[in-house]
Design a protein around this ligand. Sequence first.
Ligand code: SF4
Length: 388
Amino acid sequence: MLLQLASAGVLQPGRGDVVLFANTTAEHPGTYEFARSVCDEIESRFGVPCLWYEGCSVEAATRFGYTRLRTFKLVQRVPAADGEDPCRPGYRSRGEAFEEMVSWTRLPSRWRRMCTTELKVRPGHDLVAEWISGGPGPAQQGHYRDISLAPAEIVAARYQGVLDRDEREARLRMACAEPWARPQQDWQDFTTVDLHRPTGGPRRWSDIWGRFGAAQKFVSLLGLRADESERVQTAMWRSLLAEGAEGSRCRDRIQPAGELVYCPLSDGGVTEKAVRSFWASQAYDLRIPDGAGNCVYCFLKGPAALARLASEADSCDDAKDTPVDIRWWARLEEEYGRPSKNGEGRIGMFHDTDYESIMRRASGMDIPHVNGSTSNGTALGVPCSCTD
Ligand code: SF4
């Protein structure tokens, strides 16, 4: 979609158009390769900047004391490395942002899909609000002290929920060990396109939510196809309802009133077959196993599709303890699952099974291939409908 829109002149760098890639840190390595190739081409041929970002949390003051608030950080299109400059970090791919979110909140599930919200949608909107403001880069987030003001034991002491305090503290440790501030960043460090942005301090973000009056309008183009009508409808409805609520007290928490959503592929009747045939004639393509798109073992894909993926996965040392290995997901469920109300078992990401059982199924069963299984998670008929 991006290449065709850029070729047709729909994307215009002079207007401030920007391409965003949300890194959940749980993507397949092939996805990073592909996204990097597309971004390199878009920037070099068409001069449209491409920015990668990750959801993260920082410490901030609230009326209940210091706590962690979610925000975003820009990341470069090279892997993160020890000792890197925190203003110009590389991207992570070992599930770090995903686990930080789980550690701070809870496991996502089909009924509470906050991973999409916390790792893609909300950080993306925060980024857009800063980008539109026209400043040199996102302002520092978090406090300027040199010690943590919201360590796990303090946050756990305020907790009132089903876990006991020690258990809550143990779960919080991973999130609370993350940096308490995200330093000021410079857009120019994350793109090869010359942005001609002003220097100096950051500007106040644009009010795309309509919190203080009329919302700042902007257009989002989503790559949803004509054969994904349910996802298209969800995105369009959300945007329509939010637009109608501008300036009122019933604003949608995650949908800015100023965002106008369009789905050019869907509008043009482009289906998965057409997308595949487009990429077949290109110099590069998305090289990942069928069904490994989005977060590799995303619970939305369904147990049968996940078992198939796991049964076909290559086991190599590089994948060990990363989201490319289903054991990473099983560990997350084991560590962060909650006791069920009757005290029997734990609540994980599924309501009727867990990643351990899926792993057993993968190692013991001959799982049939289904005609038409796809690379975007529709294998065995269970769509991964993570809309971003
Ligand atoms: S792909 Fe799945 S696991 Fe990843 S953010 Fe979306 S819903 Fe969550």
